[in-house]
Design a protein around this ligand. Structure first.
Ligand code: AMP
Length: 974
């Protein structure tokens, strides 16, 4: 009877339930069981037999639907079970059970007893096995007690709209292969219309060009971390990851893929770039059009190919247009000044499309003496450099006189090396002047003048002939005389007494005269045999023959200066070394530019005005203190002059409270420095005198003073680098000596080094030797002298000459080769003077090439005329640089060239120590058991320290000598 109450409602239900074929499940649900889609018997088990009953009803399409129902409400103690077949869980840890059912309320059933129920229970049982035929009730795990939201109140519902109850429950953390569900009825009237079991997944998705697969959600509410894989033609930028949430949604995307070069993103995929387009980097978003002068013929291009004749430099971005080498520089201009030339040119008409144009200057020379033209070699000096010039100009110095040079200038840019075509060059031919020095030796009588002739310098034994033309001043049209000679002196007779004659000289080397130089005016004496020119004090008048025009200009300039300041005498420079420029108030032809001592000015401020440019203080920016000078701080900073590039400068300032004399002395350095213009002499930028503090501005030398610099980089340079530095210093000194300037304090501490390792001579103050230099010591004759750097004659009787500068240069060589070691180590000044006087000389520093030590020894010749001139030193160093093999033999390898270790083939330790002026350690050596020379040769510096020889200088001296002894021993053995 009870069943009858249910049937009508099921008939209504068939219209409420959708046809199974029409059922649409959400995308993220995977159905494990759906009772409504079972076509045949569901095969569920019901017990006891009078409990749940399977009923088929038809849906609106007459498709049978399987339902179970039970309605034993009239009897008490019901316990009816319905168990599904085994449901494999398919890897899911959490499954959902959706049940649709109807449930009658007990009140609507007439006469039912109080045992009638309105709920039922749902259970599950996990099992790996699909064939379990019996499960005890106690083995089931309860999922929930299910009650209806809506229940029948009447059997015949008429037009009442029935609601189907839908409940969803879930089970988590499943671990076995599958499970059974069970429904327990304890006395209700139920129709179980549909049971669907499903789990949730996060569906396959593509995000940020990464594909994330279908992913089953985790148990409980855990998130599952999933790594995506990049779609075709893309690559991982950062590992793509997402979390699959328990309810089947994707959360928190991290990382991404990007399309490979040659592809761009479109609708979640990577599409190839079209021909004519490219994409160079994965990170670029889109394909872009090929830049100018490039193309891509195929799709998927990651870069475009340059058109013929165009190139791309290694570091050029792919988006940059292809470029080509520049055309040749234009309109070169040369300005020759005796043996130097300033070359300037215009930029190339076509820069090739690049901004990195630099210039290289190539040089060939034709000596003009019949020898073949060839490369210029390394003797020339290019300032700022020969190759890689950023500005369109270069200064070339140290050219040979009377020589044809061809300078070929090429413009290059970042792609020049890639082009097979020859570089386009612009050439400049120049011919340097012959230099003839004409020396007025003496006036033999009132009617003759003797000229000493010398030059050209390059003649090197070639046949030189001089042609002297002279005439009485203002009488040229009437009479002039031409004399020729191959001798170096010429006496012109038959002149009128007390008369001014004009002489002109030109020279020829192996035929072919050069041009005449400027006019030289000389006056015969009134008295016979009046010696006005001492042969030891000749007036040297150098005539630059092919460069006559340049020279004349210079003469005019000198004349202006002399006109204003005639009558001054030189204050400190030694007359023997000087080429006098002024005599009896009349200008004589200068041999070369000559240094003018600031003391020759009555008003020293005028010297500053003449030689130093006044700079507005507002153009200077002081940045930091870099040193202390005699007169105040030395700072670094920047100087920006109108329409000039900003440059780094050193700024010396005169401290407050100075006396007038201090101001004069301070500024004297500027008026000396301002007269020099050479790549190896510190350059004066200008002075500030119109406001306080008074300042001297010079070029900035990044590496500071040479001695400190060398100590800091002990052992870090190649011999060639060291020789290069020495060459620079020698070249600067040659320039100074050519200008008749005697430095007097040449030492590594007074050389400055810039960032290119270029060494420049500095420290030109007048008072410096007296007060500034901490190395200067008082001599017995008074005056302060840096003893260790100074030649014996300068110490003994203040004979400062360029030859004494050469002595100091030898000491600088030693300082350089020993990386800033103190000359004569800890020896006292008195010991140094004595040792030098006795003929001892500094030994070669460690690893010093023998040729360099020999050059030092030459600089330390006792007789000053036996020392090389700076020009010779430059030449010697140039030869060494050209032939580095000559630097291979090290001085320390031969004892016989060690001047400090006497020639000891036998002898006692005591004699040896005496000989190297280390006699004070005799006792220490004896106490330590060193009694024969054989025994000392294995001593090292720590042995010396243990013995009590702790001064590093002494240790070095002893070890250097021991090295020599070792070699001596080796030689004896051989
Ligand atoms: P001075 O008064 O010329 O002996 O200079 C004192 C110190 O200042 C030197 O030893 C250098 O360290 C430093 N100095 C002087 N002039 C310059 C410069 N032009 N560039 C860099 N440092 C310099």
């Amino acid at each position: 009877m009870a069943r009858d109450w249910i049937y009508p409602s099921l008939l209504i239900l068939r219209f409420l339930l959708p046809n199974q074929a029409l059922r649409n499940y959400p995308e993220n649900e995977v159905t494990l069981l759906d009772s409504m889609s079972a076509l045949g018997d569901l095969g569920w088990e019901a017990y006891p037999a009078e409990g749940w009953e399977e009923i088929s009803v038809m849906d609106e399409r007459n498709t049978p639907m399987r339902t179970y129902q039970v309605c034993n409400v009239m009897e008490a103690n019901q316990n009816n079970w319905l168990r599904t077949s085994h449901i494999p869980r398919d890897g899911a840890q959490r499954v959902y059970i959706e049940i649709k059912f109807t449930l009658r309320d007990c009140n609507s059933l007439p006469g039912v007893p109080g045992t009638c129920k309105e709920t039922f229970n749902m259970y599950y049982y996990e099992s790996n096995n699909g064939n379990v035929w019996f499960i005890k009730e106690s083995q089931y795990a309860k999922i929930d007690t299910i009650a209806a939201d809506e229940s029948f109140t009447q059997v015949d519902v008429g037009d009442r709209v029935m609601k189907l109850n839908t409940e969803v429950r879930d089970i988590s953390n499943l671990s076995k292969k599958g499970f059974y569900l069970a429904f327990q009825d304890v006395g209700a009237c139920i129709a179980l219309v549909s049971v669907r079991v499903f789990y949730k997944k996060c569906p396959l998705t593509v995000l940020n060009l990464a594909r994330f697969p279908d992913t089953v959600t985790g148990g409980d509410s855990a998130l599952v971390e999933v790594h995506g894989s990049c779609v075709n033609d893309s690559e991982e930028l950062e590992l793509p990851r997402m979390y699959c949430s328990a309810d089947g949604g994707w959360l928190v995307p991290i990382g991404r893929c990007v399309c490979r070069p040659g592809f761009q993103e479109s609708e979640g995929q990577c599409q190839p770039c079209r021909p004519g387009f490219y994409k160079a980097l994965s990170m670029d978003s889109y394909c872009t059009k090929c830049p100018p002068h490039s193309y891509s013929l195929q799709d998927k291009a990651s870069e475009c190919t340059c058109e013929k004749g165009y190139y791309r430099a290694e570091l050029d971005p792919r988006s940059m247009a292809c470029t080509r080498p520049p055309s040749a520089p234009e309109n070169p201009i040369s300005t020759i000044n005796e043996t130097s030339v300033a070359l300037e040119w215009g930029p190339p008409r076509d820069s090739g499309g690049r901004g990195d144009v630099t210039y290289n200057v190539h040089c060939r020379k034709c000596p003009g003496d019949g020898r073949k033209c060839g490369p210029c070699g390394s003797g020339l000096h290019f300032s700022p450099r020969q190759f890689g010039l950023a500005l369109a100009k270069v200064q070339v110095t140290d050219l040979l006189p009377h020589t044809n040079y061809t300078f070929s200038i090429e413009a290059v840019n970042g792609v020049s090396d890639q082009s097979p075509s020859p570089r386009q060059l612009t050439s400049v031919n120049i011919t340097t002047s012959q230099t003839v020095s004409v020396t007025l030796m003496k006036r033999k009588s009132k009617d003759s003048i003797t000229l000493a002739l010398q030059g050209p310098e390059s003649a090197n034994g070639a046949n030189v002939e001089y042609e002297v033309t002279y005439y009485e001043k203002n009488q040229r049209d009437q009479n002039y005389t031409v004399l020729r000679t191959r001798l170096n002196a010429l006496t012109v007779d038959g002149l009128k007494p007390g008369t001014t004659y004009v002489f002109r000289v030109r020279a020829s080397i192996d035929g072919g005269y050069g041009n005449y130089g400027g006019d030289i005016e000389l006056e015969t004496s009134h008295e016979d045999m009046l010696a006005i020119g001492d042969p030891n004090q000749p007036t040297i008048l150098a005539v630059s023959i092919a460069g006559g025009i340049v020279l004349l200009i210079f003469l005019v300039a000198c004349f202006v200066v002399s006109g204003r300041h005639c009558g001054y005498i030189k204050a400190k420079q030694d007359p023997e070394e000087e080429k006098m420029q002024f005599q009896h108030g009349r200008v004589k032809l200068p041999g070369s530019r000559t240094y003018i001592h600031p003391h020759t000015y009555e008003d020293p401020n005028q010297a500053v005005r003449d030689f130093a440019k006044e700079i507005e203080a507002s153009n200077i920016r002081i940045e930091r203190v870099i040193g202390a000078g005699e007169f105040g701080e030395v700072c670094s900073g920047r100087l920006k002059l109108p329409s000039k590039r900003e440059i780094y400068v050193a700024i010396k300032s005169l401290k407050a409270g100075y006396s007038e004399k201090q101001r004069r002395d301070f500024l004297s350095e500027a008026s000396i420095m301002g007269q020099f213009d050479h790549p190896n002499i510190i350059r004066l930028e200008g002075v500030v005198t119109r406001c306080k503090p008074v300042m001297i501005i010079t070029e900035f030398m990044e590496n500071g003073s040479l001695d400190t610099f060398l100590k800091k980089h002990d052992g870090q340079f190649t011999v060639i680098q060291l020789v290069g530095m020495l060459r620079g210093i020698a070249s600067g000194m040659k320039y100074l000596s050519d200008m008749s300037y005697v430095h007097r304090d040449l030492a590594a501490r007074n050389i400055l080094v810039n960032s290119n390792l270029v060494c420049k001579v500095s420290d030109f103050g007048l008072s410096r030797v007296l007060e500034d230099d901490p190395e200067a010591a008082y001599t017995t004759r008074g005056g302060k002298i840096p003893i260790r750097w100074t030649s014996p004659e300068a110490i003994a009787y203040r004979k400062f000459t360029s030859a004494s500068d050469v002595w100091s240069y030898g000491i600088v060589m030693w300082e350089v080769m020993s990386y800033g070691e103190r000359p004569y180590w800890e020896m006292s000044n008195q010991d140094v003077i004595k040792a030098i006087d006795e003929g001892y000389r500094l030994p070669a520093p460690m690893d010093c090439p023998v040729v360099l030590h020999q050059l030092m020894l030459d600089c330390w010749e006792k007789g000053r005329s036996d020392r090389p001139k700076f020009g010779q030193i430059v030449n010697t160093l140039d030869k060494l640089i050209r032939n580095p093999g000559s630097l291979k033999q090290l001085a320390n390898s031969s004892v016989w060239e060690d001047p400090i270790t006497p020639e000891l083939s036998s002898g006692t330790v005591e004699e040896w120590l005496d000989a190297i002026k280390m006699g004070q350690y005799k006792e220490q050596f004896t106490t330590a058991g060193y009694v024969t020379l054989d025994s000392v040769i294995y001593i090292n510096s720590s042995d010396l320290g243990n013995m009590g020889v702790t001064l590093v200088g002494h240790q070095k001296k002893i070890l250097t000598s021991i090295q020599s002894l070792q070699t001596q021993g080796t030689q004896v053995q051989v």
